[in-house]
Design a protein around this ligand. Sequence first.
Ligand SMILES: [Zn+2]
Length: 198
Amino acid sequence: MRILIDNGHGRETPGKRSPDGRLREYAYNRLIAGRIVQRLQTLDLDAQLLVPEQEDIPLPERCRRVNELCRRLGKDNVILISIHVNAAGHGDRWMDATGWCAFTTRGDTRADALATSLYEAASYHLPGKHLRTDYTDGDPDIESDFYILRHTACPAVLTENFFMDALPDYRFLLTVEGQQSLVNLHIDGIPRYLASAA
Ligand SMILES: [Zn+2]
């Protein structure tokens, strides 16, 4: 199984930072995504970064890279996880929001099982933290037709790893423990899905 880890946005993407400018989403996503890929590789899993570049790679090109691999390897032999940090506002002031969540497209697909595995891991690795969920369709993930989820052939999940514009979340994101927890939940959740899908 090829595991593609996407890091949203690029160095030049406007906005996408904490109100004090210290946490920039493109850099944070790359930090977490890079560690996830490294750790998956040490587990002998076939993981790679979808966007090794520092600049913003437009969504159609990111989807083209994914779908090219889906064609080559078979779409059931590829999964995609896109790593993001959430924002409740526009980066001009601190907001009041909290939590971790994962998105899939609408409808029941294999991405729902992948997201559920990530939620199971999140509840273990983020004790005391709020998990944002939507159980109206029977599973915890939130459904939204984000471009990268809608235009890729393989199971795809987008994780929003807390809020960069809410102070308690922002402080957690900058701690070593916070970063390790985010890496660990992905490292744990992805193999859970692979075991259930095998
Ligand atoms: Zn983002």
